[in-house]
Design a protein around this ligand. Structure first.
Ligand code: FES
Ligand code: FES
Length: 171
């Protein structure tokens, strides 16, 4: 039997302690140990972005992290994004309003990247080109990306509800 390592991390505001095999990925820990299956697994090679979570507020590929690397850190998954009473975050609402998701497999990871972007921009406007660069690490087989881009622009460029009709700036 392989060695197990104790870890303790905060996930969506809740402290979790466990003993895990050192090779267990953070994605598998979240999904299989904590049953937080909103973090999806696609490529397991750091390419598709489906497994993206926030680690201390910064995006990370949870398929490329070992669970033990998250020891002592603050993790946010898609389950921690909506408010406790179930009201969606404006970015989530906007993705729905603008048809920015279809099967939804890529969506949790996309939301994490958009949350990081929103925090980094601190209200500064973003161009469509900048947004598309930020989303380049997410593979979506369904949407063609335009609805996703429209949804994000609506929120990041000033309408917290995400319901604003957007005009696409140059860039
Ligand atoms: S499953 Fe992690 S990047 Fe694809
Ligand atoms: S909505 Fe299906 S992969 Fe993006």
């Amino acid at each position: 039997m392989s060695e197990r390592i104790a870890l303790r991390m905060v996930v969506n505001g809740v402290v979790h302690s466990a003993e895990v095999e050192p090779r267990l990925s953070l994605a598998d820990f979240l999904r299989e140990h904590l049953r937080l299956t909103g973090t999806h697994i696609g490529c397991e090679h750091g390419v598709c972005g489906a497994c993206t979570i926030l680690c201390d507020g910064a995006t990370a590929r949870s398929c490329l992290m070992f669970a033990v690397q998250a020891d002592g850190h603050d993790i946010t998954t898609i389950e921690g994004v909506a408010s406790p009473d179930g009201v969606l975050h404006p970015l989530q609402s906007s993705l729905s309003t603008h048809h920015g998701l279809q099967c939804g497999y890529c969506t949790p990871g996309v939301v994490m990247t958009l949350l990081e972007l929103q925090r980094e921009r601190c209200g500064a406007a973003i161009t469509e080109a900048e947004l598309r660069r930020a989303l380049a690490g997410h593979l979506c087989r369904c949407t063609g990306y335009q609805g996703m881009v429209d949804a994000a622009l609506a929120v990041l460029n000033g309408d917290p509800s995400g319901h604003q009709s957007i005009s696409r700036g140059a860039g």
